[in-house]
Design a protein around this ligand. Structure first.
Ligand code: EPZ
Length: 418
C-alpha cells in the first residue's frame, strides 16, 4: 500500500498546469459508446478513475487508444450488454453507462453501484427518470437488468434535486430517444455543459446548456468528433489551498475563472490576492497566515461546490479565527475531520455543520485518506504541519489528482511516494 511522506512548513511557489476535469472526462468517455466512428478526446488526466472507464469501454468491445492526455475511442465493435460487477464497484460513477448503453443497445445489466465513502449513494433519481422514458428495470440479487422495447421515448422530467449524475444519465438516454426530452431542475455544473457541448459536436440537439431547464431533441445517429476536456476546477481550488496554507504564491495555467466564481471570495476573505491574468491564467498570493471563513455553505452549481469543502476546510484549520461549514449536498462528507484532528486541527462536527477553530500550527502525524477530496485535504494540511506527515489511502487521491507529488515538488514541497 503506497503512501506519501510530506515535510511541512515549506513556502511553496511556482507554476502549475491544471489537469483536465475528472468529472467531465468520465461521462464524455462513457458517451462515446453512442457514436459511430472515432472520438478523439484531448486533455484527459491520467487518473485511476479514467483507467477504470477505459477498462469498461474495452470490456464492452470498444477500441481504445491512449497517447499521453489524448484518448481515442471507436465503439463500432461493442458486443456486450453488461458492466462487470468488479468494475462497477471500482467506481461509483460507472452508473453513467446505464444511460449510454440503453441508448446504444437498448439493454444493460449493471450491479447496483456500491455505497461509497460519502455515505449511501442512491440512484433513485436516475432510475425514476429513465422509467418515465420507457426503461424497464428488474432489480434482484444486487443487479439491475434494464431493458427498453424499441427506442426510449422523450418526455418531460422534473428532478426533485439537481443531481449531477442523474442529469447526465437523462441526457445520454435522451440524445437518441424518440422525440424531445425536457429536464427541469437540471444540474448546471460546468462538467455537464462540457458533456452537452461534446454531444452537440457529435450531432446531438441539446439546448439550455448550463441552465436549469435543458431540452434534448432526439436524433437518429451520433458521429465521432474531436473534443478538449475543460480544466478541473476542483483540482485548481485544491492547489490554491496549497499555496494559501504555505504563505505561497502560485500561478495556475489552464483554468476557467468563471468556474470557480463562488470560491474566489472565500480565498479573498482568507486574505489571499487572486488575480485573473487572462488566457486561462490565474495567480494567487497568500498572506503569512490565512484568515477564517465565517460561513461556507455547499450548494449545487453555481454555489460553493461540495467537492471543495474538504480542501478549503484544511486551509481553515491553520487560519486566524473560527470558520463554519454547512454541508448541504452529501449526508456524510466529514470523514476527513477525524484525520485532520490527528494533525492537531480543532474541529467540531454536529450533523451538517462543522466549526473549525484555526490553530497556529499543525503537527505531522500518520493519517489515512478515506475519500478523494478528504485525501486532498490531508495533503494540504500536511504541507502546513510541523514535521513529517505520512498519508495512507493514496488510491483515493490517485482517483482524482494527476501526478500530485510531482506537481507539489515542482512548487518546492518535499513529498515522497513510498
Ligand atoms: C457528482 O457525483 C460528482 N461525481 C461528485 O464528485 C460531486 O461531489 C457531486 O456530483 C456533486 O457535485 C462525478 O461527477 C463523477 P449528485 P453524483 O447525484 O452525480 C443525492 C468527486 O469528488 N442523490 O449530484 O453522485 C446524493 O446522495 C466526486 O469528484 C439522490 O438522492 O452527485 C447526494 O446527496 C465526489 N438520488 C446528492 O444527491 C440520486 O439518484 C448529490 O448527488 C442521485 C443523487
Amino acid at each position: 500500500m503506497s503512501q506519501l511522506l510530506i515535510e511541512g512548513r515549506r513556502c511553496l511557489n511556482g507554476e502549475l498546469f491544471v489537469q483536465g476535469a475528472k468529472n467531465s472526462v468520465l461521462p464524455i468517455l462513457a458517451s462515446t459508446v453512442l457514436c459511430k466512428g472515432e472520438c478523439i478526446i484531448h486533455n484527459c488526466p491520467e487518473l485511476s478513475d479514467v483507467e477504470v472507464t477505459i477498462s469498461i469501454l474495452e470490456y464492452l468491445g470498444c477500441r481504445v487508444k491512449r497517447e499521453g492526455n489524448t484518448i481515442t475511442v471507436n465503439s463500432d465493435g461493442i458486443d456486450k450488454d453488461d458492466v462487470p460487477d468488479f468494475l462497477m464497484r471500482e467506481m461509483r460513477s460507472s452508473i453513467i453507462f446505464l444511460g449510454a448503453l440503453i441508448s446504444r443497445i437498448g439493454k444493460v445489466r449493471l450491479s447496483l453501484p456500491g455505497g461509497c465513502e460519502l455515505g449511501p449513494r442512491p440512484i433513485d433519481l436516475h432510475i425514476d427518470a429513465l422509467k418515465q422514458m420507457g426503461l424497464k428495470v428488474d432489480e434482484s440479487h444486487g443487479f439491475m437488468d434494464c431493458e427498453t422495447v424499441g427506442r426510449l421515448i422523450g418526455t418531460n422530467i422534473v428532478l426533485s434535486f439537481p443531481s449531477v449524475g442523474a442529469t447526465e444519465n437523462i441526457i445520454l438516454a435522451a440524445v437518441l430517444a424518440n422525440g424531445t426530452t425536457t429536464i427541469t431542475n437540471a444540474a448546471r455544473e460546468p462538467e455537464i455543459c462540457d458533456l452537452a457541448e461534446f454531444l452537440n459536436s457529435c450531432g446531438a440537439r441539446i439546448s439550455g446548456i448550463g441552465e436549469s431547464t435543458i431540452i434534448i431533441e432526439g436524433v437518429d445517429n451520433l458521429f465521432g468528433t474531436e473534443h478538449t476536456v475543460i480544466p478541473d476546477r476542483i483540482a485548481a481550488v485544491s492547489y490554491m489551498c496549497v499555496a494559501a496554507v504555505t504563505s505561497g504564491e502560485i500561478i495556475l495555467r489552464n483554468t476557467i475563472y468563471d468556474h470557480i466564481g463562488a470560491i474566489i471570495p472565500i480565498f479573498e476573505e482568507a486574505g489571499c490576492m487572486v488575480t485573473n491574468l487572462g488566457e486561462g491564467i490565474l495567480k494567487l498570493e497568500a498572506p503569512e497566515r490565512p484568515y477564517a471563513n465565517k460561513l461556507i455553505r455547499t450548494m449545487p452549481y453555481p454555489g460553493f461546490p461540495t467537492d471543495a469543502q474538504a480542501p478549503v476546510m484544511a486551509m481553515t484549520t491553520v487560519a486566524f479565527g473560527t470558520s463554519m461549514f454547512v454541508e448541504n449536498i452529501f449526508e456524510s462528507r466529514y470523514k476527513h475531520v477525524g484525520e485532520l484532528m490527528r494533525l492537531g486541527a480543532d474541529i467540531k462536527v454536529e450533523s451538517k455543520v462543522a466549526i473549525v477553530e484555526g490553530v497556529k500550527c499543525l503537527s505531522g502525524a500518520s493519517v489515512t485518506a478515506t475519500d478523494l477530496r478528504g485525501g486532498a485535504a490531508l495533503v494540504i494540511a500536511a504541507l502546513a504541519a510541523e514535521g513529517i506527515t505520512e498519508i495512507k489511502g493514496l488510491k483515493y487521491i490517485d482517483r482524482g489528482y494527476e501526478n500530485i507529488e510531482n506537481n507539489l515538488c515542482n512548487l518546492g514541497a518535499k513529498v515522497k511516494r513510498i
